[in-house]
Design a binder for this molecule. Structure first.
Ligand code: SAH
Length: 385
């Protein structure tokens, strides 16, 4: 949101309250945007902080609930702004308590968000794009054409709508169920860097949604030129979808490898700001039967990650209708994990969650579908999918 976008509305305080459709959404605006609103409305700067607290700290759904704000100010906000979040058009609960929402945004586009409660933490998996351009061979989202990037407000809005649904705005942060964020839903977050970065800065603000960078993990298929900025500007944990130990196989499984091959990717990991032994990079590795799950692959993985503060996360392949792969057998996964572990790397096997509602890794997909294309070359510009 640029200043000029809300300038016209906000500079007409005496105008009749706007119809909701024209109201400027507050969700997704950052501190600078809030400050600019106060300037336009000729309100004192401290009002921005009060409003911030109501919007992001309390999750207020109505301006009338903002009792520390003067009535006249509330009325002006009501006239020009909205507190809308995306609308949940589906809300599915798995037998293992994983919950998946299908959210509809203002223009009707759809994306999915998954909540994975565990005993010690609750992780919300956010989408960064409607669809995805990466076309990873084993991922369901890759069979959907990209429709568009999500705006910062649509990313933050997924978290706010989830907090609404779980009903935990008023709890102290230690008592919350929703404690962690992973940017692992639909889309490639580093192909939508500006919006993802703005959203994460809002989410990390300690006077608002207040989820610390240590509890946020961004997963990338390997958009090498933006990895350093992710570490420097956001400081969140990094996960890399590795999935193969040779360029030959990775070119097929994760086609962005043709643009940023393994050597470059691993170099960017070595240089990732903030990576050290206490804060390792997670290398995700999907277990595909007969494709990448041999003991030789496991040994090569250990060699490849030498010298990088790394841990691995073995993800049993989650099937989807028409998928061209099968999940590795349990013994194959166990054998693979043991070799990686013996090589000095932590190698937990991610337990599939929410498979019965197609909420597990790589199963997300919405209706905006097109027949699967041949895999196109990765885009030329990291920012322009
Ligand atoms: N585009 C980002 C974010 C997606 S994260 C990325 O590629 O990292 C989702 C994770 O699930 C990725 O590691 C992805 O490779 C993995 N994944 C995709 N399809 C899968 C499937 N069918 N089974 C298991 N994991 C899958």
């Amino acid at each position: 949101m640029t200043e000029t976008q809300f300038q016209d509305r906000a500079s007409q305080p005496d105008a009749d309250p706007a119809p909701a459709a024209q109201a400027t959404p507050l969700v997704g605006l950052d501190r600078d945007d809030f400050a600019a609103i106060m300037v336009r409305l000729d309100e004192k700067p401290f009002r921005a902080r009060q409003l911030w607290h109501w919007v992001y700290g309390q999750g207020a759904r109505e301006f009338s609930a903002m009792t520390t704000l003067a009535k006249a100010f509330r009325a002006r906000l009501q006239g020009g702004f909205s507190l809308d979040r995306p609308e949940a058009v589906e809300d599915k609960l798995s037998s293992d308590t994983t919950r998946k929402w299908l959210f509809r945004f203002a223009d009707g586009e759809l994306a999915e968000t998954v909540f994975i409660p565990n005993e010690e933490r609750g992780t919300l998996c956010l989408s960064s794009q409607v669809g995805c351009t990466l076309n990873c061979a084993f991922c369901h989202t890759g069979t959907q054409r990209l429709v568009r990037n999500l705006e910062a407000g649509e990313i933050v809005g997924q978290l706010m709508a989830a907090r609404d649904a779980i009903g935990e705005w008023q709890l102290p942060s230690q008592g919350r169920l929703l404690t962690n964020i992973v940017m692992m839903g639909m889309g490639e977050p580093l192909y939508n860097f500006d919006n993802v970065a703005k959203a994460l800065r809002i989410i990390m603000d300690p006077e608002g949604l207040s989820i610390s960078k240590r509890r946020i993990t961004l997963s990338t298929a390997g958009v090498v030129p933006l990895m350093a900025r992710c570490g420097e500007e956001l400081g969140v944990n990094l996960a890399v979808s590795l999935h193969a130990v040779t360029d030959q196989l990775r070119d097929q499984l994760v086609p962005i490898n043709r643009k940023y091959p393994l050597a470059e990717l691993l170099e960017a990991c070595r240089a990732y700001p903030g990576a050290h032994n206490a804060r390792r990079i997670t290398f995700e590795y999907v277990m595909l039967k007969g494709i990448n799950d041999s003991p030789a692959d496991a040994r090569a993985l250990v060699r490849l990650l030498k010298g990088i503060p790394a841990k691995t996360n073995l993800i049993p392949f989650n099937p989807w209708p028409g998928a061209p792969y099968e999940c590795s057998t349990r013994p194959a996964i166990a054998r693979f994990a043991k070799i990686v572990n013996d090589g000095g790397l932590s190698a937990p096997v991610r337990s599939p969650r929410g498979r019965d509602i197609l909420a597990a890794c790589g199963q997300l997909k919405t209706e905006s579908v097109r027949v699967r294309r041949r895999r196109p070359a990765p885009p030329d510009h990291a920012q322009a999918p």
